[in-house]
Write a protein that binds this ligand. Structure first.
Ligand code: URA
Ligand code: CA
Length: 435
């Protein structure tokens, strides 16, 4: 019988693990027969020796099989899911759900809340008065079959192995291992029922992966896992050196999403949605090429179908669809406080992570699970990298429900850099990765 110590030793020596050896680890650790010290040693061995694509695929599927799997087979068509590795002001999910559904791809979205600078997609949707995210499995399936889209909260016991392994990685300095991250992310998407997966791997100051090389390696790993396990997967690398779009905050991002669905959104956010949306439409089988998909997406923005479908989603889940025409129905903060440039020049850098913290301090996000979010507050960026500002001109506006915003203001002044020399905006799409 294979023992865990042999599996650890094999990986420590750089060996290629079999499916059975990987399952031994995942099953044993999840059911408590393998202790933390052996699991820790194993994870550290993986951290240093890496894993081949087939090992990563086995690890992914062992984690998928550790818990419940959502069966979406009652929904007609190829179910496409999108995952972003997370950034500041990332409003794309709110836009992509109706945008891609309007092209005929069914979108059965399970979303989370999570910790961060702003809430997750679920929190953002709750800025829509009355919107509820609790649907039974049957209601969820029926709504996707009828309308092509639904968004619900995560439920069920998905990938318990990943939860347990992730918690151990967190305290053993093994989080930033590409095979471990890739299998962790892919396991959750597959357990949630995705047939095809589009990945937005963020790169830069405000992202989990700080460099282009690391982001690319992660994207390639996930695309390779997808290929091995029969889930059509594509990825892009997108810039997260500055926040995406202009809005950082929950209601502010809903407003920005609606504007983008009308074709009036910020240029970078619109472009990212068209890029990711094209991949979703192709892997969802509604277009043969990315170019053809992009034309479809532009068409459903121009003819109002994407926006109207967002209205249908809001209505189906208990909200008031009038918000798509009347943005004043969204929660508004009591104070709007302009932040003015202290000198004239070009914006050369907007450090996404610190700007995210400035939004979180206003109450837009959670530092711990218990924190309450204030849906109305956040930051609007009136300028982005490459723009010129005059001394005294507003470059950002703080939306707050407290009068004292000195901490957030100080962060914005410190981490938004203004220099004499003009710089070009960073390239939004770093790379596109397909099998
Ligand atoms: N996000 C995940 O879901 N898993 C990881 O391992 C890292 C980031
Ligand atoms: Ca920084």
């Amino acid at each position: 019988m294979t023992r865990m110590v042999d599996v650890i030793e094999k990986k420590r020596n750089g060996g290629l693990l079999t499916k059975e050896e990987i399952e031994l680890f995942v099953e044993g650790y999840t059911n408590g027969t393998i202790p933390d010290y052996q699991a820790s040693a194993f994870l550290m061995a993986v951290y240093f020796k890496g894993m081949e694509p087939e090992e990563q695929a086995h690890l992914t599927m062992a984690m998928v099989e550790s818990g419940e799997q959502i069966d979406l087979s009652a929904i007609k068509g190829s179910k496409v899911d999108k995952h972003s590795t997370g950034g500041v002001g990332d409003t794309t999910t709110l836009i992509l759900v109706p945008l891609v559904a309007a092209c005929g791809v069914p979108v059965a979205k399970m979303s989370g809340r999570g910790l961060g600078h702003t809430g997750g997609t679920l929190d953002k949707l709750e800025a829509l008065d009355g919107f509820h995210i609790e649907l039974s499995k049957d209601e969820f399936v029926k709504q996707v079959n009828d309308l092509k889209l639904a968004v619900i909260g995560q439920s069920g016991n998905l990938t318990p192995a990943d939860q347990k392994i992730y918690a151990l990685r967190d305290v053993t300095a093994t989080v930033d291992s590409i095979p471990l991250i890739a299998s962790s992310i892919m396991s959750k998407k597959i357990a949630a029922g995705a047939d095809a997966i589009v990945l937005d791997v963020k790169s830069g100051d405000g992202a989990f992966m700080k460099t282009m090389e690391a982001s690319k390696a992660l994207a390639e790993s996930m695309v390779a896992i997808g290929e091995q396990v029969g889930r059509n997967t594509m990825a892009i690398i997108s810039d997260m050196s500055q926040p995406l779009g202009n809005a950082i905050g929950n209601a502010l991002e809903v407003k920005e999403a609606i504007e983008t669905l009308k074709g009036e959104g910020p240029e970078d956010l619109t472009e990212l949605c068209l890029t990711l949306g094209s991949q979703m439409v192709v892997v969802g089988g509604k277009a043969d090429t990315l170019e053809e998909a992009r034309e479809l997406l532009k068409e459903v923005i121009e003819n109002g179908q994407a926006l109207s479908l967002f209205g249908d989603l809001i209505e189906a889940q208990g909200g008031n669809r009038a918000v798509i025409e009347d943005l004043s129905l969204l929660p508004q903060a009591q104070y709007q406080i302009p932040v003015a440039a202290e000198k004239s020049g070009y914006i050369t850098k907007m450090e996404a992570d610190d700007i995210g913290i400035a939004a979180m301090l206003l109450g837009a996000g959670r530092a711990t699970k218990e924190d309450e979010i204030d849906l109305a507050v956040g930051i609007m960026l009136d300028k982005k990298v490459g723009d010129y500002v005059e001394k005294g001109e507003t470059f950002a506006t703080i939306h707050a429900n407290a009068e004292d915003v000195s901490q957030s203001t100080a962060l914005l002044l410190e981490h938004i850099h203004i220099e004499k020399e003009k710089v070009s905006p960073p390239a939004l799409i770093g790379d596109v990765i397909t099998k």
